[in-house]
Ligand binder design. Structure first.
Ligand SMILES: [Zn+2]
Length: 194
């Protein structure tokens, strides 16, 4: 995505002073709105597209889920490879190594939240692994029904708030309370659905 924007949106002419032109707008000026539309229109039609981008989405939730599904969130497994940090221990459980799979599903903290989310959605089952859970949501909730929209809101809100809880621990030395995080998820979903 970054490369696409760089290649498509920067025009450099050595005979004139450098100037950035945003090609998605006729006047060459960047706007968040044009970037947002481009991001949505240029999605590869990956299987999970419809559970992230849908009418009534909560943009900040969908954005984080989108990054997670693209593998673009800077989880500790990446940061330690880049030499940015010295420890890759999960900030939520302080037990295992943090990667996408662990952080969002395997971690006992996240598992507790998903358990409550699934019960709220009449899903009488254990959570799956990350990829299988995504695949399940794609198959079951790809339509435009009220139920499908609600399930997608729950899914995106859960990913968003787990990521937020992790960042809060790392950057603010905040405490973690899975039930409180679940309450935030529930509040956002019900607020948007009402
Ligand atoms: Zn953990």
């Amino acid at each position: 995505m970054e490369n696409m924007f760089i290649n498509d949106c920067l025009v450099i002419n050595p005979t004139v002073p450098d100037k950035v032109i945003w090609k998605l707008q006729k006047n060459g000026v960047f706007t968040v709105n044009s970037a947002w539309k481009e991001m949505n229109s240029n999605q590869d039609r990956v299987s999970w597209h419809s559970i992230v981008w849908f009418p009534g989405q909560i943009p900040r939730h969908s954005f984080v889920t989108w990054l997670a599904l693209l593998g673009r969130l800077n989880t500790k497994d990446k940061l330690i490879k880049w030499g940015v940090i010295n420890s890759n221990v999960c900030s939520l459980c302080n037990q295992e190594a943090e990667d996408i799979e662990h952080l969002f599903f395997d971690c006992c903290f996240s598992a507790h939240i998903w358990g409550k989310v699934l019960r709220c959605n009449d899903e009488a089952r254990q959570k799956f692994c990350w990829r299988r859970e995504v695949s399940y949501f794609c198959r079951r909730y790809k339509g435009k029904s009220v139920k499908a929209k609600l399930r997608k809101l729950w899914f995106n809100a859960t990913v968003y708030h787990i990521w937020g809880a992790r960042n809060n621990v790392i950057f603010n030395q905040g405490g973690i309370d899975a039930d409180m995080i679940f309450s935030k998820i529930e509040f956002d979903v019900k607020n948007r659905a009402s």
